[in-house]
Design a binder for this molecule. Sequence first.
Ligand code: FAD
Length: 409
Amino acid sequence: MVQCYDVIIVGGGHGGAHTAIALRQHGFTGSIAIVGDEAELPYERPPLSKEYFSGEKVRERLFIRPEAFWQDKNITLITSERVVSIDAEAHSITTAAGRSFGYGRLVWAAGGAPRRLPLDKGNAANVLAIRTLADADRLREAAAAVRRVAIIGGGYIGLEAAAVLTKAGKQVTLLEMQDRVLARAAGEALSRFVEQAHRTHGVDLRVGIAIEALEGDALVTGVRLAGGEVIPCDLLIVGIGIVPEVAPLEAAGATVGNGVLVDERCATSLADIYAIGDLAAHANSFADGATVRLESVQNAVDMAMTVARTIAGEAVTYAALPWFWSNQYDLKIQTIGLSSGHDAYIVRGDPAAGSFSILYTRDGKVIALDCVNMARDFIQGRGLITSGVLVAPDVLADPAVPLKTLVPQ
Ligand code: FAD
């Protein structure tokens, strides 16, 4: 007989775990199962390229909740099972091991798989990505035994890995194809500041490069750039984004594009199927209504909350203000809002002093802030974004004026 659950959550990452937690918090008493393809209890991913990678945080501190929590809350964890198909009509899923489960509602929270290098030897044993705890363990072991590390991709994960490895005394070369790091995530002023910080710490950071080939036999020994220069390496880390894990949803008939399309309740186009987190393409009011996919803990957790409350019978919509953080060296970078679509920016404070904020504006209104060692602006900037108040640029630029005093009460 097929085992049935009132709610099945596919993926035991940030979104999946928090959906189950929030369902119980909001009084849902039906049966819940999380079906995930990893072996571990749900854990936090951000430390994998930061404190866990550096060894400052131990494994036990990564778990979102202790094992007893899931038992106490009567949430069934089905681990090491990959869901390969959905029968949307019959309300059932099937795993790679051939097990089928029936559901009342399905929450698809499967995140994304690291994008692979489309190059020969891109799958060599010393070419690694950082997405899972198993990836981070492999990487820690590999990094301990080598001296020269090349990193392809100047997004947050590649930059965080560069910081950890440089601090550990490795010789790090970071290669970015665009003309600046963080091109997708931040404005140019932050990119240039971060590039400088890495170079000051000894990273050979190059932007605007084209990669021709990976050199070596069984293992990659170097990255050949257009023009012929070869960057020698004993280990290659690839951080060039993710591919949303949506194939079973697509095969079941859900509307997909860049991820799976969801509405303001995180519902897909299929009855009783929701999708959340990194793979959920949604119209975001902080992106001027544009359809976006956000890869952040905040987005996964807030979407989880929206779906859980919807299933628990509340009328809620997803309207959370996006935020994000990254730690590199002694820099704590915090972002609030979405800067895409800005038409001007203001630097507040002195980047040379290592503590400043960048305020992005559109039509004179602040739409996002990148704050570097400036937690106060990160907290107080929220009100500037949500109120849509117009403030003169020279006032915004003055660090002596607390941002909260500029927000109408
Ligand atoms: P995930 O947390 O990825 O969970 C998806 C789960 O589903 C995974 O366990 C996956 O193995 C599983 N799965 C996939 N397919 C299937 C299937 N078919 N069947 C069953 N299970 C499946 N965000 C921040 O805000 N700040 C940070 O500093 C930050 N740092 C990061 C550092 C690293 C190294 C990484 C990888 C991510 C970081 N992020 C950070 C991003 C953040 O972790 C993600 O946005 C968040 O984990 C997304 O949650 P999710 O539930 O959508 O997906």
